[in-house]
Design a binder for this molecule. Structure first.
Ligand code: NAD
Length: 282
């Protein structure tokens, strides 16, 4: 969510009324170290998120948030684009965890909001981006936005063969799993080079079946990536620099009155037609 500060509480020094801001939506116990040097507050047991676990959310007209979790954004970032800063931070954190370098090859499984924003961060760092995605519309969004070099359809081509062709038989340096689908995880492990890294972003509703020999015989590193930790400042700078443009991923803007039909219904029944749907409560 993004918004404008309408009131500040006593003792608040870093914000004033009228500031444009985004919220890093953590709900954490008061004794957790959330200082700028912490790199693990997001891994605290019981961590939760505003909106998912109460305290209002982005669909409210007003919300009260602790100063610590409110980040000022420059005027150069429009408020609607700023609403994508949170998932973009998920992308920045995931790419940081992978350690991928300029000129290397990454394969991203799934071009939903998370996969496509991972692709955008990868592209901003000069990485060659291959995406496997079933939805033709989502593949097109990635190509049209210039964040995907190769958008592959797994229903039409053998993804592993294609990745080998693209990388001259070497395999991808890193992979990002953003579908929570077993066959995609399996494909990514096969498409990686020996000692490649697989970053798992999906939250799984089931325990995926993994062919462990793929991991052992290539000494693949499997890394989890959760949300963000002291990432927002960096993401704000990235967006302000213009190296990432999130505007193409705002595929609809709706009012609260249309939330059920044009918002939730779209994301439940035809999500492949959308990336991010912005809702304005006003
Ligand atoms: N780690 C984190 O911090 C974090 C944060 C937000 C979301 N997530 C998780 O990341 C995952 C992705 O989120 P999202 O919002 O982008 O989801 P999404 O469902 O919108 O996107 C998944 C995409 O995968 C594609 N797909 C499905 N099966 C496929 C197949 N066989 N081959 C190729 N593509 C296939 C779908 O067409 C879809 O576009 C979810 O599991 C979500 O819970 C993780």
């Amino acid at each position: 969510m993004s918004g404008v500060v309408s009131e500040v509480g006593e003792g608040v020094t870093s914000l004033k009324v009228g500031d444009h801001v985004v919220v890093e939506p953590y709900i954490l116990a008061d004794d957790v170290d959330t200082s700028e040097s912490s790199n693990s507050y997001h891994l605290t047991p019981g961590v939760n998120f505003i909106g998912l676990a109460g305290r209002g959310g982005g669909l409210s007209e007003n919300i009260v948030v602790k100063e610590r979790w409110v980040h000022k954004i420059p005027d150069s970032i429009p408020l609607d684009e700023a609403a994508l800063l949170e998932p973009l931070s998920v992308g920045v954190h995931g790419v940081d965890i992978s350690g991928v370098k300029e000129g290397e090859y990454a394969i991203v499984g799934g071009a939903g909001p998370i996969g496509i924003l991972i692709a955008a961060v990868l592209k901003s760092r000069g990485v060659n981006v291959i995406v496997t995605e079933l939805s033709p519309i989502r593949r097109k969004y990635g190509i049209d936005a210039g964040v995907v070099d190769y958008a592959l359809n797994p229903a039409e081509v053998d993804i592993v063969e294609e990745v080998m062709k693209i990388t001259n038989g070497k395999g991808a340096d890193v992979a990002f799993e953003c579908t929570s689908v077993d066959v995609v995880l399996d494909t990514l492990l096969k498409a990686l080079k020996p000692r490649g890294k697989a970053v798992i972003l999906s939250i799984w509703g089931h325990n995926p079946a993994v062919d462990m020999n793929l991991v052992v015989l290539k000494e693949i590193e499997i890394l989890g990536s959760l949300a963000y930790v002291n990432t927002h400042k960096k993401t704000i700078e990235l967006l302000a620099s213009g190296k990432v443009n999130v505007a193409p991923f705002i595929t609809a803007r709706i009012k609260l009155d249309n939330l059920l039909e044009e918002g939730f219904n779209t994301l439940i029944n035809k999500k492949e037609t959308a990336i991010k749907i912005l809702v304005s409560p006003k």
